[in-house]
Write a new protein. Sequence first.
Length: 334
Amino acid sequence: MSDLDQPPTPDCLLERLRRGAREATACLDRLDAADAETRKRALQAVQAVAEESPRSFSALTRPLSVFLTDDDRAVRLTAAKLFVTLAQSEPAAVVSVADELADRLADEGEFYYVRARSAEALGYVAADSPDAVTDPETLADLHIGLAFDEPEVREKLAKALAYVAVGTPERLRHHVDSLADQLDDDNELVRYHLCTALVVVGCASPETLLDVAKPLRRQLGDENPYVRGRAAEALGLLAASDAGVEIERELESVATEDDAPSFLTDRVAFCRRQLATETSVEPPDGVGTIESVRTGTDDVVEEMNASADGVCSHCGLVLSETGPPMCPQCGAPR
């Protein structure tokens, strides 16, 4: 049997990647003949390349997409994680497989981590190419998923909705009530992402937030300063609209801690300025704009994860006290 007839190894695939997309595609076409562990390690090798060496993977997204329906659950999850990486750095390259990712999200029998990662990838695509993702069926799947039992799934779906809003705020304009209904979620990242989605809607149509002013005001008392910051940002946008809002009393105790992050204090200051003037004021850099959400949300999540106890600092998974010495979601050391 010649080397071309043998299933490729991860090292072989890496070598083909260095030679170009055509040879890498031929290697991927033979990868389904390898065992599940080899398929998984090969996809992990591709992800490592995508993370460390920016390059175009547009020619490989179709061959890679077949692993989203692999018989092995671990391979499907690895493929979904790979597409998150690709969509984050090169969302246009993933547009061609948006339907396959949406199918994984919609499959009620699919492993919930695969559904979560597929949603996350779709969110990054939606921010760049909204028409490829924001059909009513996919939006419905994202909304319905917020009721899942698994906090990791709810987090990724909420994140996807925030990025859908970044791509096309109007698509969520009529969904603000359902977003606000989930603001009492136990997972602080879910609350943060949903508040972020409401901020983006408020940037485009601030008066829309009047219907959810009450739950946003409650979030000013959230235990997490980043959630409080997004709530203050949304209410500041509403305050400058014709609808207006009165929240001076609630703002008095929002950012009183000596170690309050600048993310919170900047947004409270923004909200106070909006309340103090009869017309909208120009927001400071990084606050009150869709672009600030687009470019800053991932960094904020990293800050939240870095400062949180009992969560993985790499992927944000809530870790049990008696769990293994590594994260069961991303494999990073605890």
